[in-house]
Design a binder for this molecule. Structure first.
Ligand SMILES: [Zn+2]
Length: 98
């Protein structure tokens, strides 16, 4: 079975499957990581932290990262910026890629 999402519910971490569970509660299960997917998530996660660092340390007067979502093929993030300009984006991208 494939794990299609993972959510935190209180202190529990739930792995949502792509269909009805084919095992009973309490059964031991064996999982494997889809490394291509996992590695893509790691890279996007790291990139977002770097962007957050740039925005927080170099542009703190202009805004801050307020949220993000990571997918296998892309990521998105929210920045709370008073004056969201092309120059602001270009300065962050310039620092990110130097
Ligand atoms: Zn993190």
């Amino acid at each position: 079975m494939r794990v299609v999402d993972v959510v935190k519910q209180g202190d529990d971490i739930l792995h949502l499957l792509d269909g009805p569970a084919q095992f009973s509660a309490g059964a031991a299960v064996h999982g494997t990581i889809d490394w291509e997917r996992r590695y893509a998530h790691m890279r996007y996660h790291t990139a977002i932290h770097i962007i957050d660092g740039i925005v927080a340390t170099r542009h703190s007067s202009q805004g801050m990262l307020t949220g993000s979502q990571i997918y296998q093929d892309r990521a998105r993030f929210d920045i709370d910026v008073e004056d969201f300009t092309r120059e602001f984006v270009e300065s962050v991208v310039q620092e990110l890629t130097r």
